[in-house]
Design a protein around this ligand. Sequence first.
Ligand code: 8DG
Length: 126
Amino acid sequence: MVGAAIIHGGRLLAACRADPPELAGGWEFPGGKVEPGETEQEALVRECREELGIDVVVGERIGADCPLHNGMVMRVWTASLTRGEPQAREHSELRWLTEAQLFDVPWLPADLPVVEAVRRHLKESG
Ligand SMILES: Nc1nc2c([nH]c(=O)n2[C@H]2C[C@H](O)[C@@H](COP(=O)(O)OP(=O)(O)OP(=O)(O)O)O2)c(=O)[nH]1
């Protein structure tokens, strides 16, 4: 599992899950599973196109590996938006969060340590 911390103009893009019912309403990093023959970074670029209709350039790994409830592990990278305006194609809602707003949405529990790492990253980059 890979996720993208898309940072643009000092804000982080957060996405609200539409399904499955037990995760709906939880906020997450856009992303998904890595397909055979693909690198983790390539999977992120593909998922951002599919889910959001945007092009991103993948940056650095951020946060520790997050164990998920299903036994998988999620790795998150920073990403910058290079083309398009994010559209909620598979999510119920998208929000750009400033550093002060980062914890205003109910993140999926596994994501919280990574959101904290993003907070430090935004602080350092001003
Ligand atoms: N994409 C994503 N999934 C997360 C995050 N945090 C978290 O616990 N998950 C969980 C939710 C799902 O149970 C699992 C994988 O989600 P997913 O988006 O790849 O998978 P999916 O089952 O909807 O299937 P698909 O897109 O691969 O078809 O990871 C996160 O920040 N981003």
